[in-house]
Design a binder for this molecule. Structure first.
Ligand SMILES: [Zn+2]
Length: 205
């Protein structure tokens, strides 16, 4: 009686046996390819969905405003980092924990106040670089980080409303390419801007 190993060797040694072995290998590769396709395709689909999706733009060209709040950028933007953990590849000084929402248009694009309030800083502020902070009352503050040098159009104490132009998108402070770092704080606790804005009828992509 041949052992099982000897039987397999004998099978692979015949023409029919080789065909069976090759068939099994091809079937395994096909199944693996089919199983992996969604894993490969999904990240691209997600990237595609997050790029170039228009934020509503007001007819006059400014950002869409709903009630007292509006988008900090007008028109199409690209989403950068969202809120939470997400290290930046190639950026050693970018914190892994990201406590804001990054959105980008071209360098120099106008950045707008998201809601009514008073400007409390206008200029260099910590890692935000050239930036504006707005106090909306009730412990609520929004921050607009990384603006271009000399682009800020408001000063401390200025009243603003949603859609007031603040400055231009840049790459100052701890920044890795032109973008707006939009941050929302309530009693100095940083909130996720996505649900915050969605609750005001202004979903971010
Ligand atoms: Zn950011």
């Amino acid at each position: 009686m041949p052992t099982p190993a000897a039987a397999v060797t004998a099978l692979a040694g015949t023409r029919t046996g080789r065909r069976v072995v090759v068939g099994i290998v091809i079937a395994v590769l096909l199944v693996a390819a089919i199983a992996l396709t969604p894993l490969i395709a999904i990240p691209f689909a997600v990237m595609g969905a997050s790029m170039g999706v228009p934020a509503a733009e007001a007819p006059g060209g400014g950002p869409a405003v709903k009630g007292e709040w509006g988008y900090p950028l007008a028109g199409v933007y690209t989403k950068g980092r969202g809120f939470g953990y997400g290290p930046v590849v190639g950026c050693s000084y970018c914190p892994a924990q990201h406590r804001g929402y990054d959105m980008a248009q071209e360098c120099g694009s106008t950045i707008y106040a998201a809601g009514p309030g008073e400007v409390i800083t206008a200029g260099v502020y910590l890692d935000y670089g050239n930036s504006v902070r707005i106090d909306h009352g009730a412990g609520l503050v929004t921050i607009y980080g990384h603006m271009q040098w000399d682009s800020i159009r408001v000063k401390v104490g200025d009243p603003v409303t949603a859609g007031t132009a603040l400055g231009a998108e840049g790459n100052t402070g701890r920044s890795f390419g032109c973008h707006l770092h939009f941050e929302v704080r309530e009693n100095d606790v940083r909130l996720d801007p996505q649900p915050f804005m969605a609750a005001r009828g202004l979903p971010l992509i």
